[in-house]
Each structure stands twice: as C-alpha cells, then as structure tokens.
Design a protein around this ligand. Structure first.
Ligand code: 6PG
Length: 510
C-alpha cells in the first residue's frame, strides 16, 4: 500500500514531525542518509502505534530516494527536515535524479534563509513545485503541535492545508490559550490551528526569521532581569524562579518565562547547586537573529532591541577579553537597598520587561510590514500573531493582544500607536526608567531593556536632533537639507564658514 507523504531528514525535528503526522492518520515513507535514523523512527512508530487496527505500520522505512518515490501516492508530496543551506539543494538534486515529476511538491521545513527559498522556487520550477514552511516549536512542538508558517504556490497550499491544520498546535480562539496535547496517539480537532498561508515564496521564512529575532529579544530581556536580581539584590536562583513564576501569571506570561523558571529551579545532580550557575556564560547562535538585524538595517526599519540581543550574545562570547577587562575597568560603588526599595525594584523590573517586550514586538511587526511592502507580499499581521499564540518558542497570551490590535486596524503602522499598547506603556514607563537607572548605577548591563527605552523615547519625540545632523552633512559634503519654514521637498545648501569656503577655493585652484 502506497504512503500519503514522503519524509526526508530524520533528526529530532524530523522524527517528531513524522510521528505527529502518523498520529493524525497519515502514512509516511521515511528516508535519511543515516539508516539507523530510519530504523529508529520505524521502531518508535511500532511502539506508539498501539491501536494498529489494519496491522500495518504507519511509517515505512526507505533505503534510497528511488525507493521513497516508489512508495508514494502520486503526485508525490515530500517533506524535508534537513539543515538549512546546501543540504536542501543536495536533496532536491537527488530527488530530480530519482525521477521526481513537475506536479510533485517538496516542502522545506528547515530554518532556511528566505532569499534562498525565493531562489529555489524559481530554480526548480520546471522540475517540481518547491514550497516552504517554516516550523517553530522545537522537538516537543514538532511532536505535539508546532506553529507552521507556509508560503509558496497557492495550489500547493490547497493540498498541504488539511495536513498542516491537523498537525499544528491548537488554540482556544476566545482566550488565546493553547490546547495542550502531550500524549502519543492524542489528536486535537477543536480550536484554531497555528498555521495559515503567509504569502508567496520566501514570505513564510521571512516571518519565521522575524519570529526568531523576537525570540532573541525575549530571551535577552529575561536574562537581563535575572542579572539585575542576582547581582544587585543578591537573590538566589530559587528566589528568582519564584519571582518569575509569579510574573508568569500576569502579562509577562510566556513559554520562555515558564522554561526560565524550570531552568532556575534545576539542581545539578553532582553538586546539588543550581545547574544554570555552572553553565559557561558564552552564548551561541545559528544566525536567524543576525539575519533579522541585518534585514532591519537593509529595510531601514529600526529594530534596536533585536539587534542588541544579537550583540549581547556576541559580547558574551568574548569571555577571555571580558575577564581581562574586569580587572582593569572600574565598577560603580555598590549600594544596598532597604527591603521596601528591593520590593519596589522588583516591581519596576517587571514593568521594564513588559515595556521592553512590547517594543521588541513592535519592531518585529513593523519590520515585517516594511519588508512586505518592498516584496509586495500581502501579510496578514492579525493572523501571524494568532499562529504564534501556541506551538512556537515565543508563544504567549500577549500575542492575543497583538492580533486584536491588528484586527482593530489592519493598517496599524506600529504597535506603539495602538490604543491598548500605548496605555500599557504609559502606565509603566516611569517604572521602566527607574529599573534601568538602578541597573546602570549598579553597573549591570541592560542593553535590551535600554535599547527598547531609547526606541520608545525616540518614537514618542516629535523633534529629534537630526536637524543638526543634516547641517553637519551639508557642511562637509554639500548633501543639502530641507527647512521647516519653507515648502516640503525644497533642498537648501549653504557655505557654512569662511574656512569651508577657503578649502573650496584651494581645491578649485589645484
Ligand atoms: C524555533 C526555534 C528554532 C531554533 C533556533 C535557535 O522557533 O523552534 O527558533 O528555530 O531553536 O533557531 O536559534 P539559535 O541557535 O540561533 O539560538
């Protein structure tokens, strides 16, 4: 009997996606260059497939690309879960050699660079339909319901949609809360699926890239709060876990807060001390946060909190240099706070995190808006916020408020000018400033909290010092400027000083 879906790449994500598909009633022909992984997923399927009514396995293990194609119903639908980059093209080429047909569909689910996806759709047009769907949620998400960001051919989407809706995470539409699925074999049919067609080729991977940029910012904001509580109030990991756990019941509720509480409570079995304190403070990265920051510079959309989160990882990697500098560079005088002031600081820090988080999301959503305008994608931001409410790494009830903001106004220029979010920021901005003052006076770096505050202050400033900047440019380069007392668009240039004139004359004389 032929299988419904082909699956290539059986790493942790791949294996879990296969089992998720199987739970939802699909039969799969699975292949990996490493045969042990093929055997592992077949074995896992037979363990989990306890209600094997028809006495046939849900997952059929293949030993070659040719066998995979021969085991599939036509037109073939093949999902790739291979590392981003050249591996995607290598697999596509193998499938062309094995006889893939022009109406067959290949879905790339890796963290591919969106521009590669755009190029691949064109490159493989005559061979097969190249479709992409970014996946977020890590291994547990892949197994029990990820957030899926599909993009490419509309016809291909019509075929993929029911499968994607079945395997995606589900949300209670009215509360925005995830409907959790935790057991193999469990299927959830109610609720809204965390997937929706994003747009033409590349748009889904662009949206996932921005998701990851926001993920970097969210993580860094939590890390900075931990740093302030640990270094200036000398709280233990368990105390901080208790504070984070309380905050997780309010507007800061998120999966990343939830896992941070668990991390902080985790004791190392050999030392019986918090494991997190034994982890080397050098952050690694695979590149999606960097891509978001680069794209924000290219598109001309300020995303300083996201960029700062990438820089924070970079600066952490200079451990030896930091160790040397720590013996040379002065720290401020440490002050100890009264219990009342300590309690006040904890509340201020909560508000600082919430405001910084709103700014990071405002940056990410505005970036998607400006990129969409450039690429002529019609992105639906309410829908994007909805598909991030469950399944993905930045999942949070907060995303329900974002989707509501875009439902109120689908042309919203920036979340900061939405009524709900401006009120939230206005109510907390004083506390945000106090928390940053405290951290700065105590010498604790809070780059993401501060970058967000500078972004907020710049965005709410009717007047910025760019008048002086324009004058400087005109002084040294005759770059011209506009005047507020003259017609818009009229350009002016002046000779700013006699010294400048002399330079011009000397140059003319040469
Ligand atoms: C997700 C994650 C996932 C991956 C990150 C890690 O949405 O499921 O974002 O894609 O864990 O890419 O990125 P770094 O290694 O750069 O932190």
């Amino acid at each position: 009997k032929l299988s419904d879906i082909g699956f290539i790449g059986l790493g942790v994500m791949g294996q879990n996606l296969v089992l998720n598909l199987a739970d939802n009633g699909y039969t799969i022909a699975a292949f990996d260059l490493n045969n042990d992984k093929v055997q592992a997923v077949v074995a896992q399927d037979s363990l989990e497939n306890v209600t094997n009514i028809s006495n046939t396995p849900r997952v059929y293990g293949c030993s070659s690309y040719t066998e995979l194609l021969s085991q599939l119903k036509a037109p073939h639908l093949i999902i790739l879960s291979v590392p981003a980059g050249s591996a995607v093209d290598e697999v596509c080429q193998h499938l062309i050699n094995a006889g893939i047909e022009s109406d067959d569909i290949i879905i790339d689910t890796g963290n591919s660079l969106w521009l590669d996806t755009v190029a691949r759709e064109k490159k493989y047009k005559s061979n097969f339909v190249f479709f992409s769907s970014a996946v977020s949620g890590g291994e547990v998400g892949a197994r029990f319901g990820p957030s899926l960001m599909p993009s490419g051919s509309v016809d291909a989407w019509a075929r993929i949609k029911p499968i994607w809706q079945a395997i995606a995470a589900k949300v209670d539409a009215s509360t925005g809360k995830p409907i959790t699925r935790t057991q193999p074999g469990q299927v959830i049919t109610e609720g809204e699926a965390c997937t929706d067609y994003i747009g033409p080729a590349g748009s889904g991977h662009y949206v996932k890239m921005v998701h990851n940029g926001i993920e970097y910012a969210d993580m860094q904001i939590i890390c900075e709060a931990y740093h302030v509580l640990k270094s200036t109030l000398q709280l233990t990991c368990h105390d901080i876990a208790d504070i984070f756990s309380t905050w997780n019941d309010g507007p800061l509720n998120s999966y990343l807060m939830e896992i941070s509480v668990e991390v902080l409570r985790h004791q190392s079995t050999d030392t019986n001390t918090p494991l997190v304190e034994l982890i080397l403070d050098k952050a690694e990265q695979k590149g999606t946060g960097l891509w978001t920051a680069v794209s924000s510079l290219e598109v001309g959309c300020p995303a300083p909190t996201i960029a700062q989160a990438v820089y924070a990882r970079s600066i952490s990697s200079f451990k030896a240099l930091r160790t040397q500098a720590s013996t040379l560079l002065a720290a401020p005088q440490q002050v100890s706070l009264s219990p009342n002031d300590q309690q006040a600081l904890i509340e201020q820090l909560h508000d600082a995190m919430y405001c910084a988080k709103i700014c990071a999301y405002a940056q990410g959503f505005q970036l998607m808006k400006l990129a969409a305008r450039e690429q002529e994608w019609a992105l639906n931001f309410a829908s994007i916020a909805k598909i991030w409410r469950a399944g993905c790494i930045i999942r949070a009830v907060f995303l329900q408020s974002i989707s509501q903001a875009y439902e109120r106004n689908d042309k919203l220029a920036n979340l900061l000018v939405d009524d709900f979010f401006s009120k939230e920021l206005n109510a907390r901005q004083e506390n945000w400033r106090k928390a940053i003052c405290h951290a700065t006076m105590q010498g604790v770096p809070v780059g993401a909290l501060s970058a967000s505050l500078a972004y907020y202050d710049a965005m709410r400033s009717e007047t910025l010092p760019a008048n002086l900047l324009q004058a400087q440019r005109d002084f040294f380069g005759a770059h011209t400027f506009e005047r507020i007392d003259k017609a818009p668009g009229e350009k002016y240039h002046v000779q700013w000083s006699s010294k400048a004139r002399a330079t011009v004359l000397v140059n003319e004389g040469l």
